[in-house]
Design a protein around this ligand. Structure first.
Ligand code: ZN
Length: 250
């Protein structure tokens, strides 16, 4: 079968002298691994269009068990990402999250839009990296079916409290009166962080990155979203460890 689509190259490995094996988030087939014949020939447009973190249009051929890509043309290479190690390492982490939670072999236009928006804002430095990371983590988790419940305190149903505690292991919030005193991780959220955390999952899709927080609050938001993702997915992200080693964010 032959299908024209577009997507973001998440990972590219060389195969032999001429070919590549790429992992791509496509609009119409979700995450797929596909062979690209002749992709290492520098004269071929396929060479640039199948580099990691390049958004391209291409034709996907589906065989019985394999995919191959052809006629690849790059649309956006996010050049400025490649010149900045911190942005690049964050982009690689976002890609690893996508490879973990995005569906395979079915359409995934929302995941594609989410990561393209994030990479654009990151490469153009339109938002702080931690804001992009937090919003991306929560929205990607929600799209994947892991939306936490941030409407109100799980026990008394109060909507606002200062602080409200977020429990990353459960994906729930509790007010000061209702939070239990056991050893489970609880992250106290001031009203600004609570509003932002709600925004990342409940805001309209095209506004997901449209908010602002002071740096110290952004760090708390980041701790909440990262811990939620790590607890829920039960996975170590090497790209996250590397990103944090650059930033000393712990
Ligand atoms: Zn309560």
């Amino acid at each position: 079968m032959k299908l024209k689509t577009d997507g973001l190259i998440l990972k590219a490995q060389n195969i032999g002298e001429q070919d590549k094996l790429v992992t791509v988030l496509t609009r119409d087939c979700g995450v797929i691994r596909a062979f690209v014949r002749g992709a290492k020939n520098m004269k071929s447009s396929k060479s640039a269009a199948t580099q990691t973190l390049t958004y391209s249009r291409f034709v996907v051929y589906t065989g019985r068990d394999t995919y191959s890509l052809d006629d690849a043309v790059s649309e956006e290479m996010f050049i400025s990402l490649r010149n900045d190690l911190e942005s690049l390492s964050l982009a690689q982490y976002l890609s690893e999250v996508i490879m973990t939670v995005a569906p395979e072999h079915v359409e995934a236009p929302d995941f594609l839009r989410l990561i393209l928006n994030a990479l654009y804002l990151l490469s153009e430095k339109k938002r702080p990296p931690l804001l992009i990371k937090s919003a991306f983590e929560m929205r990607a988790m929600s799209l994947a079916g892991y939306m936490p419940d941030l409407v109100a305190c799980q026990n008394c149903k109060c909507y606002e409290a200062e602080p409200m505690y977020f429990l990353p292991k459960r994906g729930m919030i509790f007010c000061e009166d209702c939070v239990s005193l056991d050893g489970e991780l609880k992250i106290p959220l001031n009203p600004g962080v609570l509003t932002s955390l709600r925004h990342t999952i409940y805001a309209d899709f095209n506004k997901v990155f449209n908010f602002a927080l002071p740096d110290d609050s952004l760090k708390i938001l980041n701790m909440a979203t990262e811990q939620y993702l790590l607890y829920t997915l039960e996975k170590d992200f090497k790209t996250l460890t590397f990103y944090k080693s650059l930033n000393q964010l712990n």
